[in-house]
Design a protein around this ligand. Sequence first.
Ligand SMILES: Cc1cc2nc3c(=O)[nH]c(=O)nc-3n(C[C@H](O)[C@H](O)[C@H](O)COP(=O)(O)OP(=O)(O)OC[C@H]3O[C@@H](n4cnc5c(N)ncnc54)[C@H](O)[C@@H]3O)c2cc1C
Length: 301
Amino acid sequence: MDRTDIIYNLAEILNCSALKYEPLSKHTTFKIGGAADTYVRVTSLSKLSAIIKECMDSDVDFMIIGNGSNILAPDEGYHGVVIRLDGDFRKISLVDEDTIYCGAGATLAALCKFASRCGLSGLEFAWGIPGTVGGAVFMNAGAYGGEMKDVVYSVNHLTYDGEAGRTEKDDLEMGYRTSVYRGKKAVITGVTLKLKKDDPENIRARMDDYMGRRSSKQPLDYPSAGSVFKRPEGAFAGALIQQCGLKGKCHGDAQVSEKHAGFIINKNKATANDVKSLIREVQTKVFDETGYNLECELIIL
Ligand SMILES: Cc1cc2nc3c(=O)[nH]c(=O)nc-3n(C[C@H](O)[C@H](O)[C@H](O)COP(=O)(O)OP(=O)(O)OC[C@H]3O[C@@H](n4cnc5c(N)ncnc54)[C@H](O)[C@@H]3O)c2cc1C
């Protein structure tokens, strides 16, 4: 029994799948994290609204998780409700010849495939980023010269007060791994994207090219959360870390990747504490030896 039982019971009534003491290691690409008191897959806007209202009314902490590909969840778990958008939130549809509407719970992979099949270009950069569309907007995910900012037209959300609303492109404040949603008490529920017509074969070729570059440079055979640090002005985090002789450095089973020093990998049973202490050592050594301050891109819960 804990404070989130009320949400667990409501989720059952609403026919949403709910799990007690669900290890977050199963829901993060790092494969790290203790249990969430309650983990719920919410399948529609009305159910999301009901769950959030109950959390707010009962003063129960909650958080939204996407694909867990940019977070480090604590070893001691999360005493609250972790909400994953599912069902309706995974739907993707063509609105008109160059516009797609995509639920925030859909994966970027599903969205990229849909866009390429429709002959719509602009999302190739996102092929291989293992997040959801909601997480990608929240973070303004980007790669190979592209970013969500270039393709997002507007974003639908539900505030924690239960109001459904929309933010237009110009008000999204999308910057380097940030958007207006990082400071907003709101759940991103869906995204409208404006893309450009192109030959599906050309789109597919660009996607394959980016994926090839990823797999040749990134340690994709180990659990990780991608680049741990933001790119500092005028330098590359990975190069600075390598220059300081930290490639391969381990704290427990957390290791600075031998393949790409900007990544920390989970070699087997790394804990969040292993990752955090390795991050601290990297930041300290890089600062002492180069004067660069490495800020985390990874969100440490
Ligand atoms: C191998 C690998 C490669 C990667 N490469 C890249 C890359 O090239 N470029 C890049 O930018 N990132 C990259 N990443 C990091 C990560 O995939 C992206 O940041 C991604 O956008 C995170 O999406 P997510 O759904 O996993 O979000 P999560 O990690 O689940 O969540 C991240 C944050 O977003 C919030 N959030 C998620 N969904 C919502 C929502 N619907 N409403 C409100 N808040 C929400 C969460 O609460 C959390 O604070 C990589 C990660 C890995 C593991």
